[in-house]
Design a protein around this ligand. Structure first.
Ligand code: ADP
Ligand code: MG
Ligand code: MG
Length: 877
């Protein structure tokens, strides 16, 4: 018989696959002796079985459930049917990977018309009993029967207004009783069935609902966004209830062991007295800072401080802890690694190493690669801020970033507008899991309610998205789509700017400036470098980009694309003259001019690189990319080149190709126009010679693109070397240089051993290699890749993440063969995949020496290489 249920006493933190994160950690905390209400976990296996069997519970599950319920009853001396000690439980979902707000929880399960009265009598508090009951009715209705939240909330809120109650806690027992009665009518209206009175039926229905919620749209979107597999299922935790809503000596809260925004090493949390469950997170009442608990309940506060230290040291990471206080008794209900901003992640990792809680290697694993991006986020320009009109400054800095966009009031509109290319800012009283896609589509999120742990805040931080919460001086009317703030009103479509690091909101668009990096960041990055094997270079050609990459500690340039240098107007015309010349003499004349420009460029680039290697790729794209297309442009060019428009059009016609990406491009251009590459090589080498004369040594690496035969390479290489020899002789000096090729056709991979004998280096061009291996045109794949992903034909877009089974195998074998014949050959990867985390992990396991990516991806790539090495690196293969 498969064991589908584990008591908390039987689990531990390493069992996340089976018990989910929440269940495994509840068990772990229990074994540490922490005050965790007793219970048990139904495994993820049971969920997977259930979904596979068309929503049928596995055979022996109910049997096991009854046994475990009895055992729990025995242990805690409470039961669903008892008159005196009534058992109420929470039913809590929990997958292996934490999915905040994505799945649903039911509290106070076990209550019904009969025992709510018993609870009232026993506790001598009917307000409390009916508060529990109305919550159960609400949550159960929503989670199990999908009754819209509004069906309950509207009535609840009306009731409060009608009777003049400020907060939920003001509603007296009779009021809550009325509300319960109304809620039960809602069941009949919405489902044509009464609320199930039998606790065991409530329980099985709830378990099934949690299993099913694994497949709801919100959960799917979240998993897609976070690359969580769809087939791992969720566990369900059944746990004895403790009551934060049993008066003013009780409460519920959430705390992080360190500040999740700045990383500061002090407890950071919020709580509400006389409240239950998600009240804090839902932003219904404004919670209090955990610090005030010290005065209200000193020993509970002290106990919590101790627990949080203990958990942090035990888990070796900042923890996000959920707790409840029942009559001054502390209970811990959940712990997990806390979501944090990138800045906080770096600070926390560095502090934990300094506090000797973790090692450098562990620190590297504690920061998510994705989050590095956030650190490079821009801030608002101080000067422009001074002149900006403030809308609100009292919001909370929930997630850093600086963003401007048009106001929208709903997630649907946010999504729609973003799809039309508009930058939008989602403004709402609060957000809920239904808003997730709209949040993704927005530049920033602003809420008027809620604190630093509200749904909006937590989710935005996870996404690295700018967010301000608790802007309580701004009033949003979602129905009329108008906002009133102290200084005026705003409508949908008005542009505002949001400063997520400060919690400020401004009217109009405020200019931004680049991010500054902290000492902790430098420290962390240098540890990453210490740990990594693979090196990281950058793809760049402008001085500004190159400087950026070097500031991020790139180890050299992996790709300078020379064609980007031909697009300035005065250069373009010479390029056109070259393309349109009918004799070699004319072509050479045009090239001489271009060469002058190229020398200036190369000198600047090589000077910035100095002794760091710099790969310069010779001209790659099809020539027609340089030709005019509009009538006006054609007229201009014809005039400048002194030909008739008709002649020009004839030339263009001749150059036209059916399949330009497979046509006359890359080294094929130089095979037909040899003077082209010779000119470029001359520009590179004479720049290097000139720099050397000034005392600057540099290391150009000349790269011939799109090679698929050895002869293509050797013919071009010989021409280039001849020129270089001549230049060196003339200068009476020599420089260090390499000549290699880009490996980007499948054939080149297949003859890698032959190519390696004549090449100094290889650089895998994964964009073209993917295109040619699949036969997917990069420019047209957008039309079908979506369907491929949806239907599971491909797991990922191969242009964004390496296709390991196909393209990856080509790279692996080619690199291996190349190293076998030429152990000194340097092998790198350039192209988008060079900056992708998963792809980098693969490259780290094979014979690749470095990856190269755009400058802003360098820090993330560096962290990926370090993490890959800590996780096992090459030894794994
Ligand atoms: P989520 O995964 O959304 O955080 P949880 O299962 O943690 O959902 O439940 C949400 C909240 O419900 C908890 O933070 C806690 O306040 C409350 N809760 C859950 N189980 C219990 C329990 N046994 N007793 C009291 N409150 C509970
Ligand atoms: Mg929740
Ligand atoms: Mg929770």
């Amino acid at each position: 018989m498969t064991k589908y249920i584990y008591k908390f006493d039987e689990g531990q933190k390493s069992m996340k696959d089976l018990l989910g994160g929440k269940g495994a950690n509840l068990a772990e905390m229990k074994s540490l002796g922490l005050p965790v209400p007793d219970g048990f976990t139904i495994t993820t296996e049971a969920c997977i079985e259930y979904l596979k069997n068309d929503a049928e519970l596995p055979d022996t599950l109910l049997e096991q459930l009854n046994i475990e319920l009895d055992a729990l009853s025995q242990r805690i001396q409470k039961s669903f049917s008892a008159d005196e000690s009534l058992l109420l439980v929470s039913v809590r979902s929990g997958a292996k990977i934490s999915m905040p707000g994505m799945m649903d929880t039911i509290l106070n399960l076990g209550l019904n018309d009969e025992n709510v009265k018993k609870l009232a009598t026993k506790t001598n508090d009917s307000r409390f009993a009916y508060d529990c009951y109305r919550r159960l009715l609400q949550m159960f209705g929503q989670v199990v029967y999908g009754i819209p939240m509004a069906a309950f909330d509207t009535y609840f809120n009306q009731y409060k207004t009608q009777h003049g109650y400020q907060s939920d806690a003001d509603i007296p027992a009779e009021g809550l009783q009325d509300i319960c009665n109304h809620f039960k009518e809602v069941y009949v209206e919405e489902t044509y069935k009464p609320f199930p009175q039998e606790p065991i039926n409530q329980l099985t229905e709830a378990i099934e609902a949690v299993f099913k919620s694994w497949d709801n749209d919100r959960a799917r979107v979240y998993r897609q966004l976070n690359e969580i597999p769809h087939d791992i299922g969720t566990a369900v935790n059944i746990q004895e209830m403790v009551f934060g809503n049993s008066g003013e000596r009780s409460g519920t809260g959430v705390a992080f062991t360190r500040n999740p925004v700045t990383g500061q090493a002090n407890l950071f949390g919020e709580y509400l007295l006389n409240a239950q469950g998600e009240d804090v997170v839902a932003g219904i009442r404004t919670p209090k800072d955990i610090e005030t608990l010290r005065a209200q309940m000193p020993h509970v506060h002290q106990q919590f401080v101790d627990v949080s230290k203990r958990l942090e040291t035990h888990y070796k990471d900042m923890q996000d802890i959920e707790f409840t206080i029942e009559n001054e008794q502390l209970y811990i209900l959940q712990t997990r690694s806390g979501k944090r901003t990138a800045n906080a992640a770096i600070h926390i990792a560095v502090d934990l190493v300094e506090e000797e809680i973790i090692t450098k290697e562990e620190a590297v694993l504690n920061v998510e690669v994705k989050s590095i991006d956030q650190l490079l986020h821009p801030n608002f320009d101080e000067q422009s801020l001074k002149n900006a009109t403030t809308i609100s400054k009292i919001g909370l800095p929930a997630s850093p970033g600086a963003a401007s966009g048009k106001i929208v009031f709903s997630a649907e509109i946010a999504k729609e507008q973003a799809e039309n290319g508009n930058k939008v800012i989602l403004m709402r009283p609060e957000t809920s899991p239904e808003d997730i896609e709209g949040m993704i589509a927005s530049e920033a999120i602003v809420t008027t309610h809620g604190g630093m742990t509200s749904h909006a805040a937590v989710v935005a931080r996870g996404m690295g998205k700018c967010c301000v919460t608790g802007c309580s001086d701004v009033e949003i009317n979602v129905v009329d789509k108008v906002i009133h703030y102290p200084g005026g009103t705003l409508q949908e479509g008005d542009v505002i700017s949001v400063d997520g690091a400060k919690g400020d909101i401004y009217y109009g668009e405020v200019a931004t400036m680049k991010a500054e990096r902290s000492e902790a960041f430098e420290q962390f990055m240098s540890w990453s470098e210490d740990v990594a094997r693979l090196q990281v270079r950058m793809n760049a050609e402008t001085p500004q980009d190159i400087q950026t990459g070097y500031q991020f500690n790139a180890k050299g340039i992996g790709l300078v694309r020379t064609e980007h240098m031909f697009f300035g107007p005065e250069r373009l015309i010479e390029m056109r003259r070259f393309i349109l010349s009918d004799t070699q003499d004319k072509r050479i004349a045009a090239l001489n001019k271009i060469q002058q420009y190229q020398m200036t460029d190369f000198e600047a680039i090589l000077k910035l690189s100095g002794e760091r290697p710099t790969i310069i790729r010779l001209l790659d794209p099809p020539l027609h990319e340089f030709l005019p297309s509009s009538v006006e442009e054609k007229n201009n060019v014809a005039e400048q080149l002194n030909v008739s428009v008709r002649e020009l059009e004839q030339y263009i016609e001749n150059l036209n190709e059916v399949n330009p990406m497979l046509g006359h491009r890359g080294c094929r251009l130089a095979i037909t126009y040899p003077e082209l590459y010779v000119m470029q090589a001359e520009a590179i080498v004479s720049s290097a010679l000139r720099l050397k004369a000034q005392g600057i040594e540099c290391q150009p690496e000349i790269m011939i693109p799109l090679v698929s035969t050895v002869a293509e390479f050797t013919i071009l290489k010989d021409q280039i070397v001849e020129k270089i020899e001549q230049l060196q002789q003339e200068a009476g000096d020599r420089i260090q240089y390499l000549i290699g090729t880009m490996i980007e056709t499948p054939r080149a991979c297949l003859i890698a051993d032959e190519l390696a004998e004549v090449c100094d280096f290889f650089s895998f061009g994964t964009n073209d290699l993917t295109q040619l291996t699949f036969g997917f045109s990069r420019d047209d794949a957008g039309k079908f890749i979506g369907s491929y992903l949806e239907q599971g034909i491909l797991e990922r877009d191969p242009f964004q993440t390496l296709d390991q089974n196909g393209v990856g195998q080509l790279v692996k074998k080619a690199a291996q063969q190349a190293k076998a014949v030429n152990p000194n050959i340097k092998i790198g990867v350039c192209g988008e995949l060079g900056g992708d985390d998963k792809s980098i992990h693969y490259f780290n396991q094979i014979d690749i020496d470095y990856v190269s990516c755009s400058p802003f991806r360098v820090p993330g790539a560096l962290l990926s290489t370090a993490q890959s090495e800590v996780k096992g690196g090459r030894s794994r293969v």
